[in-house]
Design a protein around this ligand. Structure first.
Ligand SMILES: C[S@@+](CC[C@H](N)C(=O)[O-])C[C@H]1O[C@@H](n2cnc3c(N)ncnc32)[C@H](O)[C@@H]1O
Length: 247
């Protein structure tokens, strides 16, 4: 997987932050698709009493999608880019939403500890150097039965979807990013999607980490076959389970 170094990537997102919301707003499905993935977590009771972790929250688009799906939940939203978080912080949020500046690889050091009822990752996993390590950390941060939704550019594996992604990047995304001075970041976006796991490969990573009921669902519109919601949950202990120390 070709990655920018972590520090370079955080810096590239710092630079892109002022224009980020405007740029993603050009993609008609961006917010609706995030909301769809958040709804797919099927959080009960409007999220009352639940604590959700939003990793790679950026300027808060995924956080807002989670709030729409679970308006009563407590949400901890984490990002490695101070610039993206600054943009998130100036928006209006209910008291239960907290933003934390930290790489997802160092959540415990930042005081972000579970157990969480759900974890959401919107367009994060392509960017992390060791997705298996991050998935394992997320799995242990979930309470038993807790749910994961990963909303990601992950190609279906068909040549047509791969070609469509490249065509859209060359015709629209990279030229638009060039106007805001972020050409390298959007070239990286193009490349990172081509190099990231296809749907079966990422689903296999979730299985291998121990997630149960792993599924990948498409989104509608031009991103069908390009963006997917991956769902999984941490296993519930079996009937014979007894907590250590419990009687
Ligand atoms: C494409 S943006 C998506 C932001 C938001 N989730 C959304 O859906 O609009 C990816 C975000 O992940 C963050 N990111 C990338 N690598 C990260 C890491 N290792 N730890 C935490 N955040 C990271 C970037 O700073 C950026 O804000």
């Amino acid at each position: 997987m070709t990655l920018m170094r972590d520090a370079d990537l955080a810096e590239a997102f710092d630079h892109a932050a002022p224009g980020y919301d405007r740029l993603v707003g050009l993609n008609a499905g961006y917010h609706a698709d995030l909301r769809r993935s958040a709804r797919r977590l099927r959080l009960p009771g409007g999220g009352a009493g639940l604590h959700i972790l939003d990793i790679g929250c950026g300027t808060g688009a995924s956080t807002a999608a989670l709030l729409r799906a679970a308006p009563l939940a407590r949400i901890t939203a984490v990002d490695a880019s101070a610039g993206m978080l600054e943009r998130a912080a100036v928006k209006r949020w209910p008291a239960g939403v907290t933003f934390v500046h930290s790489p997802v690889e160092r959540l415990a050091a930042a005081g972000v500890t579970g157990p969480f009822d759900a974890v959401f990752a919107g367009y994060l996993f392509r960017n992390v150097a060791d997705p298996d390590a991050v998935l394992a950390a997320v799995h242990s941060a979930l309470r038993p039965g807790g749910r994961l939704a990963v909303h990601e550019y992950s190609l279906s594996g068909s040549a047509g979807h791969r070609a469509l992604w490249s065509a859209v990047c060359r015709a629209v995304i990279i030229p638009a990013g060039t106007v805001t001075g972020d050409r390298d970041l959007y070239r990286y976006l193009h490349r990172s999607v081509l190099e990231f796991d296809t749907v079966p490969a990422f689903a296999a990573r979730l299985d291998a980490t121990g997630f149960k009921d792993v599924r990948a669902l498409p989104v509608p519109g031009w991103q069908t076959g390009i963006v997917h919601t991956f769902l999984g949950r941490r296993a519930q202990p079996g009937p014979g389970y007894r907590k250590t120390g419990s009687r």
